[in-house]
Design a protein around this ligand. Structure first.
Ligand code: 3H9
Length: 677
């Protein structure tokens, strides 16, 4: 056989091998080869059983997503899986790496499954806005029961081989280094056992109360998404007395609905966008990287502590520096508490708490950073203070060390300029809480060396962040786009909208919170000039009255002890007062106007960012907003959303409201172009 699938005879066992790097996606050639492999095993009288295994780093990671939306060639995956299950000779799946999506479904079409202990099994289709459309929603509940099927399909997180063994999704664990031999031996053991275990012939039952409880428990997580409900409906169908064929027909119908929808297109866009973001234009992918064995962090506040935890959790020792012992103790205490909290919730093992904290060196001595390969400052946002620090670091850091700033809007080039090594200076903008949020904006200064940028991007992946390259501009990508949104939201308040209306529109759009809820959470006093007599904005007025947000139980909203918000009559008065002083007429503001003024202006700013080459590509902007600010995943990020909304419509609305439209946005709208292809 030629192509990605080959076969090998081991006595009376035929081993069917897939070799389709990088992840053995089940593309057309693989599906064709698999069907041929099974036919070969059936036709050969000397073959008693078959083993299906994959070369490379993983078992099949799923259908080939790049084929979606294109005309189908070769047999469908469902057809191939049915042919395997119908084989009169047993087929054993030998699993290593990850058996995901169509890969998991292929394994379930086999009669038996053996896996190495490190393998993971799952159906992450829901994360692509889909459902397992090759029989997964029907076979998983029949083998493992409805509760686990709901977890696996509607949430999409993979399970360990051990858990899969307990649930019956795999039959045996192999040795970590002896999968092929163990699978062949297993195939020989069961070669003559009849009847063959066939998943589609089993039955499943569901407890309606448990299903309802599952939906309720996950209501928040599923909010706005179409795919979880479709996954649940399919699993319910598997357990409502319908035949397997009826279940498959329902699964297909639901799969096609999702596949044709905008949400899945958005989620698939994000899958590739996230991987694309790691690629740096103009830098060879094999550039030599600097080794990062030890990291220094300056500042043990919320940011510095969170940043340090990322490295400690990845096994990289950290030296953390503060100016006062008390602040240092408080910071390290918070880190320990966070780790202990994770251990209590079962997210990490108790011994990992000590391992992480044991790799932390707290100190008041800046010169202790002399042996660090990367130093990140997380002190407060003041250019003069930062410059002074960078000048000091220049005298302390060893040659080749990378010097990074966690600034969220200041100019990296100015900091680089006070050092004798501007090529080693870079921005690493973490998002709060830094140990949780996935986004890392990596800010490339005018003089940042290619290898420094590539090293920091690779390090981002190592600490499990999604790293995106940004150029130097105020606020970089994310905060720069936040700025017109906030300005416009403030203006709308003056013209008659309420904080509640503006926030509701954003939440209904799918954002975790609106601009004023965000201000209250972050602190209304952030960036305030601290002069209670200087009141130039509604925000100043709130800050002057001590309405600093949730922490004071008063901000744009009033809060109870449990931080539940209610609209504030006092805030309404303040707004009214400002409006009358500005001689503005209160008017009805529609939800659509709020979308146009706060979200279309963000798209406009995104287009300017692209025009100025501050972002490498539109999809990078989408990644920033999804991972840094909670933009709804099913809308694919602001630039993807703009494409679905229609660029001419956006331009027309921006012009109607008197905004200057970005050249790139205008030209794309005129030429029928899109930000994302
Ligand atoms: C499905 O199965 C539908 C069926 O139920 C129904 C059918 C009817 N296809 O992530 P990495 C590429 S839906 C095409 O960096 P890692 C990826 O773009 C599928 N390409 O590696 C990247 O390309 P590049 C359900 C794919 O080691 C390269 O492989 N399955 C696919 O960090 C390396 O990827 C999933 O959703 C694919 N399915 O992680 C699983 N997968 O180098 C999706 C990857 O050009 N995959 N690529 O940038 C993953 O979760 C991870 O890739 C995996 C490896 C965990 C496997």
């Amino acid at each position: 056989m030629t192509g990605p699938i080959t076969t090998e005879r081991h006595g009376d066992i035929l081993v069917i091998i897939s070799n389709n790097p990088p992840v053995n996606a089940l593309g057309s050639a693989v599906r064709t080869g698999l069907a041929a492999g099974i036919a070969e095993g059936l036709a050969d009288d000397g073959v008693k059983a078959m083993v299906l295994r994959c070369e490379g780093r993983t078992f099949f990671a799923g259908a080939d997503i790049t084929e979606f939306g294109k005309p189908m060639t070769g047999p469908g995956l469902g057809e191939v899986i049915d042919a395997m299950e119908a084989s009169t000779k047993p087929v054993v799946a030998a699993i290593h790496g990850t058996a995901l999506g169509g890969g998991c479904e292929t394994a379930l079409g086999c009669h038996y499954r053996i896996a190495v202990p490190s393998a993971k099994i799952g159906t992450p289709e829901v994360k692509l806005g889909l459902l397992p459309g090759a029989g997964g929603t029907q076979r998983i509940p029949r083998i493992a029961g409805v509760p686990l099927a709901l977890e696996m399909t509607a949430k999409g997180d993979p399970i360990s081989a051990r858990k899969a063994l307990d649930a019956g999704l795999i039959d045996r664990l192999a040795g970590e280094d002896s999968l092929v031999e163990d699978a062949i031996a297993f195939a020989r053991d069961i070669a003559d056992v009849r009847p063959l275990p066939i998943a589609s012939e089993k039955t499943a039952t569901a407890d309606p109360d448990a299903v309802a409880a599952f939906k309720k428990e996950n209501g928040k997580r599923f909010r706005g998404f179409d795919a979880p409900a479709a996954n649940i409906a399919c699993v319910e169908k598997a357990a409502d007395g319908s035949s397997f064929e009826e279940g498959i027909a329902f699964e297909r119908q639901e799969f096609m609905k999702l596949m044709m929808g905008t949400q899945s297109a958005a989620q698939r866009h994000l899958f590739f966008a996230e991987r694309q973001a790691a690629k740096i234009d103009g830098i060879a992918p094999d550039i030599a990287l600097r080794e990062i064995r030890k990291v220094g962090v300056i500042g043990a506040g919320t940011m510095g502590g969170g940043i340090s935890m990322n490295f400690l959790s990845a096994g990289i020792p950290v030296t953390i520096v503060e100016t006062q012992q008390e602040a240092l103790d408080r910071g390290t205490g918070v880190m320990r508490k966070n780790y202990e909290g994770s251990a209590a919730r079962g997210r990490i093992k108790p011994e990992q708490v000590e391992a992480a904290m044991g790799a932390l060196t707290p100190t008041l001595d800046l010169s202790a950073l002399a042996d660090c390969d990367l130093i990140i400052e997380a002190i407060y946002e003041n250019m003069d203070v930062k410059k002074e620090l960078f000048a000091k670091l220049d005298t302390i850091a060893k040659p080749g060390a990378i010097l990074a700033s966690n600034t969220s809007y200041l100019n990296i080039d100015e900091m680089a300029a006070v050092t004798s090594r501007p090529g080693d200076v870079i921005g690493m903008h973490f998002f709060s809480p830094a140990n949780v949020m996935k986004l890392l904006e990596v800010v490339r200064g005018a003089k940042t060396s290619d290898d420094v940028l590539a090293t920091v991007m690779a390090l981002g992946k190592k600490i499990k962040k999604v790293a995106v390259v940004s150029g130097v501009c105020p606020g970089f990508i994310g905060n720069r786009m936040l700025s017109p949104r906030q300005q416009e939201a403030n203006k709308l308040l003056m013209e008659g909208a309420t904080p509640e209306q503006i926030d509701r529109v954003h939440v209904e759009f799918g954002m975790p919170m609106g601009p004023f809820q965000m201000s209250d959470l972050a602190g209304v006093d952030i960036g305030w000039h601290r002069d209670p007599t200087r009141i130039e904005s509604i925000r100043d007025a709130l800050a002057a009255e001590g309405r600093w947000g949730q922490k004071k139980q008063a901000g744009f909203y009033d809060y109870d002890e449990k931080r539940n918000p209610t609209p504030s009559p006092r805030v309404a008065e303040i707004i009214e007062d400002f409006r009358s002083k500005s001689n503005l007429q209160k008017r009805e503001i529609s939800d659509q106007e709020i979308i146009e003024k706060t979200l279309y202006t963000m798209v406009n700013e995104g287009a300017k960012i692209l025009d100025e080459k501050m972002a490498q590509r539109a999809s990078d902007i989408d990644v920033v907003w999804i991972y840094g600010y909670g933009w709804p995943v099913y809308r694919g990020g602001p630039m993807f959303w703009a494409d679905t909304e229609g660029l001419p419509k956006i331009v027309a609305a921006l012009e109607k409201h008197g905004f200057t439209v970005a050249e790139l946005l205008k030209s794309k709208a005129e030429s029928g172009g899109k930000f994302n292809k």
